[in-house]
Write a protein that binds this ligand. Sequence first.
Ligand SMILES: *Cc1c(COP(=O)(O)O)cnc(C)c1O
Ligand SMILES: [Zn+2]
Length: 426
Amino acid sequence: MAFVSGLKCRECGREQPASPVNVCDFCFGPMEVVYDYATISEVVSRDRIEAGPLSIWRYGDLLPADSDNPVDIMAGYTPLLKADNLGKRLGLNNLYIKNDSVNPSFSFKDRVVSVAATKAREFGFETISCASTGNLACSVAAHAARAGMRAVVFIPADLERGKVVGAAIYGPTLVAVDGTYDQVNRLCSELADNDDYRWAFVNINMRPYYAEGSKTLGYEVAEQLGWRLPDHVVVPSASGAMFTKIWKGFNELACLGLLDGVEASSFGPDQNTVHHPAVTTQMHMAQAEGCSPIVSAWDNDEARITPVRPDSLAKSLAIGNPADGIYSLRVINNSGGSAYAVPEDQIVSGIRLLAETEGIFTETAGGVTVSALAHLAEKGAIGPDELTVVYITGNGLKTQEAVEDEVVNPLTIKPTISSFEAAFNG
Ligand SMILES: *Cc1c(COP(=O)(O)O)cnc(C)c1O
Ligand SMILES: [Zn+2]
């Protein structure tokens, strides 16, 4: 059962019953899920969460879909590890990595898709679909296979091979569009409005439910830290949805009294922008220079986002017109955080630094995140002893072409000791 009381427009505040829509009929603002927090606060507890399944569904009371019957390939419950080697390199003594690259389809997108697929089935859809920058395609196809639903996934034609194969293997209808992600997204928005295609587009008509799945990245880190929040988080952003939802997750935990030493408090009249005073985490956003519309708006002190045409190695972050851009700017402001655009030539060095220090092979988005972390440490925005969590959201085996010319070639030898020793000592 889900404690959802409806949808509410983030701009004009109008409410309506929960249905598969993402924009307000009155002002075209984005819709967000409204919860019955009064009932949630009676039900939820740390004990209940800790006794729950080892997936995002342990936080089912705080998710907008039926947690008794989820489409679950075991997304979430990923490791949070203390990163002493990387920390030493960067002068940070209290650094943790949230390693979300080990989700079932190898990115954090499994969290959002598990929620969206569950909700789509509740609404009676038989087909799930999406406009993807790559990882979403893999995750939608995987969850559709698990649920016995049809998947139709749309990707830009220039995607990395690992993402095309990593989606195709689950047997979806895979549509490669000759265009940018933003063009793919526009096409899918038109299809979602067309009565001939009554499909659940997870990041379009299902977006209010889908986006909520990213709150679990906030809940899990808090739980793994012993129901405490970090001083800083570093988060890679495309649409900005994950960034805003990690913040929302932290604030929900505080308001519900689930954090150590924090009194429960009311969610206030506008629950979606509530900032509990006990939440002092500074939210730092990382984008790649070749697609950094949110960082540009932040740097220029603008309240609006100017769309860009992406040209970046970090294809999973290549959204030129980010749906949650303005809301991300508010989160940066409210949290005293920052935003940084990583130069394109530092993406691969970030991937290598993480691999060589901590044994974690991340994709290009992770390279962006690690290089942004290094920048924040270097300029002193993160103090040496402050508790910092860096979110690693995708797996390096999907973007091998980014690094294959950079890694050392194997020693090629004959199957003899002498050949080995000649090569090894040479
Ligand atoms: C999609 C994606 C992101 C960005 O998510 P948004 O919620 O759109 O900002 C970050 N990292 C990876 C690996 C992704 O696939
Ligand atoms: Zn509205």
